[in-house]
Write a protein that binds this ligand. Sequence first.
Ligand code: SF4
Length: 445
Amino acid sequence: MNDGGNPDSSARRQSEPIIVGGTPGGIGSGAARSAGVIVGGGAPVVVQSMTNTDTADVASTVRQVADLARAGSELVRITVDRDEAAAAVPHIRDRLRAQGIDVPLVGDFHYIGHKLLAEHPACAEALDKYRINPGNVGFKEKKDRQFSAIIEIAARYGKAVRIGVNWGSLDQTLLTRLMDENAKLPAPRNARAVMHEAIVQSALMSAARAEELGLGANRIVVSAKVSAVQDLVAVNKLLASRCRYALHLGLTEAGMGSKGIVASSAAMGILLQQGIGDTIRFSLTPEPGGDRSLEVRAAQELLQTMGLRTFMPVVAACPGCGRTTSTVFQELARDIETMIRTEMPTWKGRYPGVETLNLAVMGCIVNGPGESKHADLGISLPGTGEHPAAPVFIDGAKAMTLRGGNIAGEFKAIVEEYIERRFGSGAATYRRGAITARTPETVAE
Ligand code: SF4
């Protein structure tokens, strides 16, 4: 769903556009996913994710890829770690297509990628992009041979490649050489700066070698992942200043829950604000049995919060305080969020533009009416001790007041009616402020 862009596109770093997936000549994205997804070249920042199923387990992997794609992941990476996994890849691709899901698949290779791709040509063909890590593609004299084998297969099949350096598997020979050279300088840099330099050099030397081997710059994505926010920012700023490759951002080993989301958002937010980054992934550790698609939602919310893309209606809700002793307002805010998440897959097709909708659910009269007026549709619930009435604001004007025991249900009906009128088949005749229809329980003031 490449449906938005940086509000100040001149601020985006210039990068090579890569088309991942799709058919030759069919550039596009989003709903026309079969035409491929564009990464870089000023295209809207792409959200991607990765499965944690055993790729050899076709049914589980298909289910999880489908869940991630439905949640909005525009590229999905799968582990290809052994023969059984490589053999499963074309079946996974075919079963997904049979369900109408043609999200591009990225194969993640370590150590034996050259062998798996050579021995499983159907896997090499079914994947849309290969991810390789120069730090563990092979050791000593085998390194270049094995790296070259993967790049040559990618060039032959017309696939994109991500050269993904990770500080946990950084090329130790390169790091040692740079450390030794640094130590001989009259004013040596600190070890952290040398490590940043090693990460950047590892990525850029590998990308240059891939170009030498015949893979165009328009097929190369580069990433440099570290696990600390300030390191991620420093490394990617260096990388961005030294090349035109499309950049994949992600904080590796970000952690669980709010810790992982906050750390990833802080790091990627700084870079995105500087126009750096063409695709992002939140590497969140799920709770046991938890929903893997949280990483997709977090990535979407970061991009939408920053005004870079629009994925779904936003619900502004106050935090609540001592004025909200009942749970009505929290329940309504949660119900509206749930309704949006549940309905969006249908709404996207039926109501073009619905993702731009702004809603407000506020807990009392202090900020409720003011915030609600700024939203397309807002409700200010009664706080403790307030008159038990909930004014509803539509397009900035007070339209009605809800009372009684079904305020939540009535407000949800008003939201649905508004969406139908503004974004549905009759949207061409929609005028702001035109909706004032009242449900029977509603009392006008
Ligand atoms: S709007 Fe009212 S309930 Fe919500 S945080 Fe402000 S004072 Fe508290």
